[in-house]
Design a protein around this ligand. Structure first.
Ligand SMILES: *Cc1c(COP(=O)(O)O)cnc(C)c1O
Length: 419
């Protein structure tokens, strides 16, 4: 299970396990799995798709997985006959149990498992404006994997986990202290300041970068959205809609579709990627449309969609994904997103995060413009939701920062003091 070779997309050269970069150019690496046809396993959550995840074992308590269902409410509003929703969040009635309510849970679990299998137990370093940090904090708490998080002060309110502190079991081997393994550093500044500090710390011995879009475990974890849909429908959808910041989810959907095409049982036409960004902070939209990028403004409908340097033009990146799937990118305003959010929540009867509302608005635009047909099989990725539900059923623990910093030297001093 999960046997693969790591290859550069640009020249297919095989690279050592756990590489994040290619020697000759800035190409992404991709897992070339031994299993050419996927056989779902009777394992919990996304581990069912283990043939196409870069892991040998599982984290049994990380059970979040996408749930694909046929829409009635939103489909009716938009006049679509075959609209399927991949719900990635917390919605117990539909069996959606993502512990931190966003599809970052799909990335965090296989990333952590791959890291555990390396054997040398480096401390993972993650910079995030919110959902990613929350997902990694949760899975680190489950596994006891040491983790250092750099989060801008403004995003601290998103740093909750629903695991009661002190009760998490590490790999079934006993009890590890709840938040003891997770060091949260609040950064005075924005997301980019947090990234820059994280980059310094990652380069120190004993620490490892999680790698973002370059990490195959992250991408193949997110790719399970497409796998779950294809296995549920018995075929690939014709269209895939998602709100993007970095576009990693779009690359992942494309890569999963390439594997499904090669499998032979799910159709031969790749789903068209319809990626949506929030105007005016929309570098992927601008690059795809050939527009000058707008200057960055700090207030966004959802700042999890903020990324100044998306993996757009690198081999295997977002542009390749869009070109090969005959895809498109949509620019969505705040007011369009707010209206779409309301439409979704009223018609599907579940709360969603702001980011996926951008994808709903893009779907609406595509339906009106006629770029999708009413009968087309469409997959809408709702990348996060159900926070209201989890708040009803769990007490959320706020993670408190160990220290607040403005320079990377402060982070290093603090970590040395911990040794
Ligand atoms: C991170 C995130 C996205 C965007 O993901 P990409 O990495 O750009 O694919 C969309 N929605 C939510 C809720 C997210 O947390």
């Amino acid at each position: 299970m999960g046997e693969y070779m790591l290859r550069c997309v640009s020249d297919r050269s095989v690279q050592p396990a756990y590489s994040l970069t290619c020697p000759l150019d800035n190409s992404l690496l991709r897992a070339d799995y031994q299993a050419k046809q996927i056989e779902p396993k009777s394992l919990p959550g996304i581990w069912r798709f283990m043939d196409w995840l870069p892991v040998q074992g599982i984290i049994a308590r990380a059970q979040g997985a996408p749930v694909t269902y046929k829409s009635r409410g939103l489909a009716g509003e938009l006049g679509l006959e075959n609209l399927y929703i991949s719900f990635n969040g917390c919605w117990p009635e539909r069996g959606a149990k993502m512990p931190t309510c966003s599809f970052k849970d799909l990335e965090a679990a296989p990333t952590m498992q791959m890291l555990l299998e390396r054997g040398d137990r480096p401390t993972l370093v993650v910079a995030s404006a919110g959902n990613t940090a929350r997902a990694f904090a949760h899975v680190a708490t489950l596994t006891g994997q040491p983790l250092v998080l750099f989060v801008p002060e403004k995003a601290l309110s998103r740093m909750w986990t629903a695991v009661p502190a002190g009760t998490a079991a590490g790999m079934g081997t006993g009890i590890v202290k709840g938040a003891g393994q997770v060091i949260l550093m609040a950064v005075q500044g924005d997301y980019y300041d947090a990234i820059q500090i994280a980059e310094k710390v990652q380069s120190l011995p004993g620490f490892v970068a999680e790698g973002g879009a370059r990490n195959i475990a992250r991408r193949d974890g997110m790719g399970t959205v497409m796998l779950d849909a294809a296995l549920t429908l018995g075929r690939m959808p014709a269209h895939y809609f998602q709100a993007v910041g970095s576009g990693t989810g779009g690359i992942s959907a494309w890569e999963a579709a390439l594997r499904l095409r090669a499998d032979g049982r799910f159709g031969s036409v790749l789903p068209r990627l319809h990626l949506a960004q929030n105007l005016p902070n929309a570098p992927i939209y601008c690059a795809w449309k050939g527009l000058e990028a707008e200057p960055v403004c700090s207030d966004m409908f959802d700042d999890v969609l903020f990324n100044r340097k998306p993996p757009y033009s690198i081999p295997g990146g977002v542009r390749d994904a869009l070109q090969e799937t005959r895809g498109d990118v949509y620019g969505i305003t705040d007011s369009q997103a707010a209206a779409a959010k309301k439409l979704f929540e009223q018609s599907e009867e579940i709360d969603i995060l702001n980011a996926p509302a951008i994808a709903v608005a893009a779907l609406e635009q595509a339906a009106i413009a006629g770029s999708i047909e009413p009968k087309d099989i469409i997959l809408l990725n709702i990348t996060g939701g159900g926070i209201a539900r989890i708040e009803e059923e769990h007490t959320l623990n706020m993670l408190k920062p160990s220290i607040t910093i403005s320079h990377w030297e402060q982070a290093v001093l603090f970590l040395e003091g911990k040794k």
